[in-house]
Design a binder for this molecule. Structure first.
Ligand code: ADP
Ligand code: MG
Length: 241
């Protein structure tokens, strides 16, 4: 489904991701691991169509995702509907004046009927256990609550792929356990889940696969998440632990 071929990305000439090759099948769950600055967020932004390769290709179901195509509003809407992106900082994502409007925004943009929008909003608020916050202004919520609203807003579009950048960041232990269980359930229901993370206590048993990036922005390992997390010498060698 997702096919990243020899992708390099540079910010103002400085490499952030170097010749990454990564294929992700529908329904897979992948942890993107690596030290700070290794390119995890850059990879997720490329997958989410927020950045475009400086070199190499990104194919989705065999069709190349190019910047020009994403400038077309219809194509762009279809793409962002299929691939949902949950930003590391929910403040980047939330812009409406109530939780309910925030979650309704995506489905409304999709042109869904009023009852269908309502159904999706109700479902996603219930799924994230934030129904009691529906009238609140996102500004007034805690970090963990904002994160739940951001996830609900993305899930309301019912994307096939869920990209999450450091979803466990700034979340309390109870919130992390909830999020872990939610991601497991979403993946079991068929969604493809890709998350950049370094919260090993919570990702163990959550992802089937791990893609590990090194300080020189290269993909150095791609394999079973359990095996990689158990390989302490490897993680230490790459300054991950
Ligand atoms: P990670 O998420 O693994 O911490 P990033 O993908 O954020 O890594 O960053 C990879 C590299 O790109 C780092 O060297 C970082 O400093 C650089 N970088 C990230 N975002 C920007 C940006 N907007 N402008 C310039 N350089 C950036
Ligand atoms: Mg990052």
């Amino acid at each position: 489904m997702i096919d990243i071929q020899k992708v390099t990305y540079r910010y103002l000439g400085k490499p952030a991701l170097v010749e990454a090759d990564l294929q992700i099948e529908a329904g897979d769950s992948v942890a993107v691991i690596g030290p700070n600055g290794s390119g995890k967020s850059t990879l997720l932004k490329l997958l989410g169509g927020l950045l475009h390769p400086s070199e190499g290709r990104y194919l989705l179901d065999g069709k190349e995702i190019v910047e020009a195509a994403l400038k077309d509003p219809v194509y762009s809407r279809q793409f962002h509907q299929r691939i949902g992106f949950v930003f590391q900082n929910p403040d980047t994502q939330l812009f409406c004046s109530s939780v309910e409007e925030e979650v309704a925004f995506g489905p409304e943009q999709m042109g869904l009927s009023v009852p269908e929008v309502k159904r999706r909003v109700d479902d996603c608020l219930a799924l994230l256990q934030i129904a009691d916050l529906r009238g609140e202004h996102p500004w007034n919520l805690s970090g963990g609550e904002k994160k739940r609203v951001a996830i609900a807003a993305v899930l309301a579009m019912n994307p096939e792929v869920l990209l999450l950048d450091e979803p466990m960041n700034g979340i309390d232990p109870k919130g992390k356990a909830f999020l872990r269980d939610l991601l497991l359930r979403l993946n079991a229901a068929g969604k493809t889940v890709v998350a950049a993370t370094h919260d090993f206590a919570y990702i163990d048993g959550l992802f089937r696969r791990a893609a590990v990036f090194s300080e020189d922005h290269r993909l150095v390992r791609d394999g079973s998440c359990g095996e990689i997390l158990a390989d302490r010498p490897f993680l230490a060698r790459h300054n991950i632990i």
